[in-house]
Every structure is written in structure tokens, then in C-alpha cells.
Design a protein around this ligand. Structure first.
Ligand code: ADP
Ligand code: MG
Length: 264
């Protein structure tokens, strides 16, 4: 691990080159980690109550890695995913995404990164129930401003990648849980994001559907994507090449798995 043990909560000052989100966007060199957290904390406050969900996490994830973040319920996994996905900001510390300090991005930049740079998969699928499978998959393309006539073709292509071309016109309630999650994976992929964040993606699935979804994540990794898989389950985590264990908002261990060794 890098020695990022500078003074608490402050990033080591570089020349300021990376302070401008716009000028440094796209700086995906081999030496720039995809994800770099430096002493990140997150507190939730409601009234006089405060919860320390993340208590000083520093970690790097390189481009192309397949990492599992594992920990018991309440350990801070989803909070960490929200930070990684730019859905929420750290209370303190630094988050650099592909070298860009996320705190320097405005809402427009953040929305662009979430739409084009990151693909999300959630435990509850989060599909819109009144839209067919392909319309669900199309949505990120609508937000990205793709022209209407190319959207359908692109959405159908993404559904084919998860082997659901024949279910394009089905609504979520006409699909099994496993199929719904594969639609969600197709939606996560449709803008060709560099980073895939999956929070308990197999949590609501039977073991065979879970294996399908994990297989898809493995394929995405082999195609060069950076994949972060969040789970409370050791067997699920073992499909990744590296396991970061968190407990009480802190990193407990960070090690390569036998999956990594067998891919050498
Ligand atoms: P995990 O995903 O590992 O189960 P979470 O990141 O969801 O853990 O939660 C970490 C801690 O933060 C828990 O104690 C949880 O109760 C608390 N927490 C999560 N979200 C909120 C919130 N929006 N407001 C207040 N507390 C929260
Ligand atoms: Mg969670």
C-alpha cells in the first residue's frame, strides 16, 4: 500500500496540477490509480446524533482491477460505494477518481462522471417498473444525449451482452430476479463506463442467477474494466482478484485472492 500517512485529513500537496478537474479529466495514464482515497471519513448527522460510518480509509484501486470490498452489515460498505460513485461526498479526506480530485468537480461534472464514467448495479435492481427492459437500458443514453435512432440499437446490443435480447420488451415484473439484475447490468454497461460499482448485486438472487451475474462482472473485468464488488459474503468476494475487508468503517486487511494467482 502507498504510504499516504501524511497529516490527518490532508492530501500531500502536489504542484496543484491536479486541482483543475476539467484540465486533468481524461488523465488515465498507467501511473494514475482509478480510485485513490486518502484518509476519507464520513459522518452522518441527524439532529444531535452522529454516526461515524467511515473512519479514515486510504486505498488505491488501479485501472483494470477486480476488487471485492467485504464486511459485515453496517460496516460502511454502501457508504464507501456512494463515495466511490460520487453519489455522496466524504466528510473529510481526499477522493481522486482517475487522478481528479472529486471535491473540485461541480454538479455538472459529477453528473457527467456518474452517467458516462461509472456503471452502477444495486441489490434491489432499481429498474423502472413501467418501462420495458430495453427502455430501462436506454435511460442512461437519454441522459447522455444520444440521438433517438441510435439509442434503441445500443440498448438492444447491451441486452444481448447479458443474453437477454429475447426479453427486450418485457417489463421488470415479467422477468425473474436474475433476469432483472442482468437488465440492470446491461443498463450499467450501456455507456461503456470505465468503472463498475456493484453493491451486493447477488444479495437478492438464487445461487444460479448469482453465478450468472458474477460471471458477467468477471467478463467485464477481463474486458479491461475496473470492477468493485461490494458484498458481505466470502464466497462472492472470492470471485474478485483482491479483497479489501472493512469493519466499523476501517480497512482491516487488503490482500490478493487465489483468483488473482490463477490468472497470473
Ligand atoms: P453496510 O453497507 O456495510 O451495511 P452502510 O454504509 O449502509 O453499511 O452503513 C454504515 C453505518 O452508517 C451504519 O451504522 C448505518 O446505520 C449508518 N448509516 C448509513 N446510512 C445512513 C444515513 N443516511 N443516515 C444515518 N446513518 C446512516
Ligand atoms: Mg450496504
Amino acid at each position: 500500500m502507498p504510504a499516504n500517512s501524511g497529516s490527518a485529513g490532508t492530501a500531500p500537496e502536489t504542484s496543484g496540477l491536479r486541482d483543475d478537474a476539467l484540465s486533468s479529466r481524461g488523465e488515465l495514464t498507467t501511473t494514475t490509480p482509478m480510485v485513490e482515497l486518502i484518509d476519507v471519513t464520513k459522518q452522518y448527522r441527524s439532529g444531535s446524533l452522529s454516526v461515524d460510518a467511515i473512519r479514515g480509509v486510504s486505498l488505491r484501486i488501479e485501472e483494470g482491477e477486480f476488487v471485492a470490498i467485504i464486511g459485515p452489515s453496517g460496516s460502511g460498505k454502501s457508504t464507501l460505494m456512494h463515495i466511490l460513485g460520487c453519489l455522496d461526498h466524504p466528510s473529510s479526506g481526499t477522493y481522486r477518481l482517475a487522478g481528479v480530485d472529486v471535491s473540485a468537480m461541480d454538479e455538472v461534472d459529477l453528473a457527467l462522471v456518474r452517467n458516462k464514467g461509472i456503471g452502477f448495479v444495486f441489490q434491489q435492481f432499481n429498474l423502472l417498473s413501467n418501462l420495458s427492459a430495453w427502455r430501462n437500458v436506454e435511460l442512461p443514453l437519454v441522459y447522455a444525449g444520444m440521438e433517438r435512432h441510435t439509442r434503441k440499437e445500443t440498448a438492444l446490443g447491451s441486452l444481448a451482452r447479458v443474453d437477454l435480447a429475447d426479453r427486450a420488451n418485457h417489463r421488470p415484473n415479467e422477468l425473474s430476479g436474475g433476469q432483472q439484475q442482468r437488465v440492470a447490468v446491461a443498463r450499467a454497461l450501456v455507456n461503456e463506463p470505465t468503472l463498475i460499482l456493484a453493491d451486493e448485486p447477488t444479495g437478492n438472487l438464487d445461487s444460479s442467477s448469482a453465478a450468472d451475474v458474477l460471471g458477467l462482472l468477471g467478463e467485464l473485468h477481463r474486458a479491461g474494466r475496473t470492477v468493485v464488488l461490494i458484498t458481505h459474503d466470502a464466497q462472492t468476494a472470492a470471485t474478485a482478484e483482491r479483497i479489501i475487508r472493512i469493519k466499523d468503517g476501517r480497512v482491516q486487511s487488503d490482500e490478493a485472492t487465489s483468483t488473482a494467482a490463477s490468472n497470473q
